[in-house]
Design a protein around this ligand. Structure first.
Ligand SMILES: O=P(O)(O)OC[C@@]1(O)O[C@H](CO)[C@@H](O)[C@@H]1O
Length: 396
């Protein structure tokens, strides 16, 4: 893919970050600078990286304009093309989805992530990811897996699917915004619940490939992997294609190292978690769990602009499951959709059946029933962005 598709006159406008106080504005204005400081504190970077971080902070500060990526960076030519309409403009005036993605790419450039030398390949978010994965909350979550076989089969399906869904609250970028107040209580009734449709869809077809487009590492990736194991062991899938990021992105997004860390964490646990960890390791070596790291996973565009290789991958799957908020925004397009727009309208271009498992952490939403929207608005709560609500949506 070299260029995004031209603007769609039949779609609502894309989200930009220039409305002061909006969610997008808050991410650009507060979350990104806070993240730069967290990264700086977490790892003992030398002077060169410190200066580059200072420069990045100046660039993203109020009134700062978007500057090109250094020519020596891998993918610089591609980014120059992608950035040609945005260089020299304020971060808040370009599509929010584009601005965030470019910020993460520039952060890696500042840290010398791709440059040959001692800092090459050092994940700046690894200290946060590691702390979460090794935490005691994960111990309890793994221990709960021992209870699952005691449940009736349909309840096992729902429990494991919803564990993967709610795992999406474990998003370190989001936690930068919630600060000390932490995450609000989850609202258990889903705003859209196509759980039954998802299992019916798999039951109606012979077991094939399921694409699981992962989101965050650690406490989200663990239940995703458990779900992958469940799909394989119950013959809902003949293989699972696990899409992860080719390099660190959106703070806690999962990379290959994160998958391996999760498998090691499970294998080192006891009981059923260890069994699942062992089975998943065998699934990787035996080719039933396949890791995919498409460059497009870190591109600043919606899935509508996906290149042919990914289109073919999704087209050949029985079902693609998109995890998380960013994947949702990329799936339906990061646009001001009226909330009651059918999910099927936002995903009409998608080349096969697709499901979204997402906790709500940004403004974009489709597929709400009018009465649900009325009820949510009546609460007066920030239900779109607080991470307290969730959905399962399916388009067959
Ligand atoms: O995709 P995830 O991990 O569920 O959420 C990503 C997120 O925290 O970051 C974006 C804003 O930077 C939003 O889409 C959302 O708030």
């Amino acid at each position: 893919m070299s260029q995004p598709t031209p603007p769609r006159a039949d779609h609502p406008p894309v989200v930009v970050g220039n409305a002061v106080g909006s969610f997008a504005w808050g991410v650009l204005h507060d979350r990104h600078p806070a993240l730069v400081e967290r990264v700086r504190q977490a790892t003992a970077y030398p002077a060169e990286q410190q200066h580059a971080l200072d420069a990045l902070l100046r660039e993203i500060a109020e009134g700062g304009v978007i500057e090109p990526l250094n020519d020596t960076e891998p993918g610089a030519a591609q980014w120059r093309l992608w950035a040609k309409d945005h260089i020299g403009r304020c971060w808040a005036d370009v599509p929010f989805l584009w601005a965030e993605s470019y910020f993460y790419r520039k952060l890696l450039a500042a840290l010398g992530y791709f440059a040959p030398g001692p800092w090459q390949g050092i994940d700046p978010f690894a200290p946060f990811k590691r702390a979460e994965l090794m935490g005691t909350t994960v111990d309890s979550e793994l221990a709960v897996l021992d209870e699952i076989p005691r449940l009736p089969a349909p309840q096992q399906d729902t429990t494991l699917l919803h564990a993967s869904l709610w795992g999406n609250r474990a998003d370190l970028g989001f936690q930068l915004s919630t600060g000390d107040s932490g995450l609000g209580e989850r609202v258990t009734g889903l705003v859209v619940d196509d759980t039954a449709a998802l299992w019916d869809l798999l039951a109606d077809r012979p077991p094939g490939k399921v694409c699981l487009v992962a989101d965050n590492a650690g406490p989200e990736l663990l239940p995703d992997l458990v779900l992958a194991d469940h799909l394989l062991t119950t013959d809902r899938a003949s293989s699972v294609s696990l899409h992860i990021k080719p390099y660190p992105y959106y703070v806690s997004d999962a990379t290959t190292s994160d998958v391996l860390d999760c498998l090691a964490r499970m294998s080192a646990a006891s009981g059923r978690a260890a069994e699942i960890g062992k089975r998943l390791r065998q699934a990787v070596t035996g080719g039933r769990l396949v890791l995919r790291t498409y460059p497009f996973a870190c591109a600043p565009f919606p899935y509508e602009d996906m290149p042919d290789e990914i289109r073919e991958e999704f087209a050949s799957a029985t079902l693609t499951v998109m995890k998380g908020d960013l994947n949702y925004r990329r799936l339906v397009g990061d646009r001001h959709w009226p909330a009651t727009t059918p999910f099927s309208a936002g995903t009409a271009y998608f080349p096969g059946p697709v499901a979204a498992l997402r906790t709500l952490k940004s403004d974009v939403i489709t597929g709400l029933a009018p009465h649900t929207l009325t009820e949510l608005e009546a609460t007066g709560n920030a239900w779109r962005t607080s991470g307290t609500h969730a959905l399962v949506q399916v388009r067959t």
